[in-house]
Ligand binder design. Structure first.
Ligand SMILES: Nc1ncnc2c1ncn2[C@@H]1O[C@H](COP(=O)(O)OP(=O)(O)O)[C@@H](O)[C@H]1O
Ligand SMILES: CC(C)(COP(=O)(O)O)[C@@H](O)C(=O)NCCC(=O)O
Length: 320
């Protein structure tokens, strides 16, 4: 089906469903979240309401649930075929990518909550890749403080190890934790992932292709271990506006905390804050989106494309 309801597009490996075609899929699925739960999930600046959850995220969580179930069926068939009892099935891993300020964390939290409501896979873990950023002191040593969020600002080997451990079926896997308040990795905190059914790994660069090593070989990359991936997408000028709006709101909330690395921004006038947010976008997050994040979009299994008002306009899905 194409977005205009016409015949399948044979020149593309994707199906595209416009909002109404996608939303129509929701009619037979019961929404497991209450309006109150949705309010609690909403990220700063996100226009997430009951309609959006019902029309977009409900079908998405149902589709994901289908994928998880069929991975389970495949696991059992493989076990029969190999005539042996395999170790316990490994968690189903979902990668969630997209720009700074596009609303990844809200999408990830909604999916986590919704997927956990299905009895087949109640234990859904969510890990953000920011914990794998090098600490500020190390970024400074490497001359990367102004490139936070670029692929090279992460400990990619540790991140890959983390996913490999999950897909090896390790009982407990730990990840480091980042604080937006201190703008640094928290040295003494860890998040522990214990035998989940599903793990959502959310971050700017989760769909980066493998790097070519010095010996000319191509290594493994995170997405080699993903069972499904989602790219949250929107026009770059909209995302820039959302970033600036969020910066203005943070100036009145989080930046007021004296502990905040950004507390000096709380004193800026409205116009100065807009200029500063645009400067950060135009020097760091915008170039990172253009050079590193956006080029990975076509690697995703599914793309959620948002409009200026943050609502999803269409969904693009890999054909099977
Ligand atoms: N300086 C900051 N202070 C406090 N919270 C922040 C700051 N920057 C971003 N956040 C919050 O961190 C989360 C992740 O933001 P981001 O990496 O831009 O991804 P996204 O907007 O796609 O979720 C969001 O919930 C956002 O509101
Ligand atoms: C922490 C982030 C790099 C996002 O990390 P992610 O969880 O996507 O890996 C980003 O939200 C951020 O704060 N970028 C910093 C841009 C700046 O230096 O202000």
């Amino acid at each position: 089906m194409s977005s205009n309801g016409g015949p399948p597009e044979e020149s593309s490996p994707y199906l595209e469903l416009d909002r109404s075609a996608w939303a129509a899929l929701a009619s037979e699925v019961e929404n497991p979240l209450t309006a109150d739960e949705i309010r609690q999930l909403r990220g700063l600046g996100d226009q997430l309401d009951l309609d959006e959850v019902q029309q977009i995220y409900l079908p998405l969580s149902k589709l994901l649930s289908l994928y998880v179930e069929s991975a389970g069926t495949l696991y059992r068939h493989q076990e029969e075929f190999l005539h042996q009892v395999q170790p316990q099935r490994t968690p189903f891993v979902i990668g969630l990518a997209g720009s700074v300020a596009v609303g990844k964390s809200t999408t990830a939290r909604v999916l986590q909550q919704m997927l956990a409501h299905w009895p087949e896979h109640p234990n859904v873990a969510l890990v953000t890749t920011d914990g794998f950023l090098y600490p500020n002191a190390e970024l400074e040593r490497r001359g990367l403080l102004q490139r936070k969020g670029f692929p090279e600002s992460y400990d990619r080997r540790a991140l890959l190890r983390f996913v490999v451990d999950i897909k090896s079926g390790k009982d407990e896997v730990e990840a480091p934790v980042y604080s937006h308040l201190t703008y640094d990795v928290l040295p003494d905190e860890k998040v522990v992932v214990k035998r989940p059914d599903i793990v959502i790994i959310e971050g700017l660069n989760v769909l980066q292709p493998a790097r070519v090593r010095e010996d000319g070989r191509t290594g493994l990359t995170l997405s080699d271990f993903f069972d499904f991936s989602v790219y949250v997408d929107a026009g770059t000028s909209h995302i820039r506006d959302w970033y600036v709006d969020r910066f203005l709101r943070l100036r009145e909330t989080a930046f007021r905390d004296p502990e905040s690395y950004f507390s000096r921004y709380a004193a800026l006038s409205h116009d100065e804050a807009v200029d500063e947010a645009r400067r950060i976008w135009d020097t760091i997050n915008g170039p990172n989106l253009a050079q590193n994040v956006l080029p990975t979009r076509s690697r995703a299994t599914l793309v959620l494309r948002k409009d200026r008002d943050h609502s999803v306009r269409y969904v693009r899905l890999r054909k099977l």
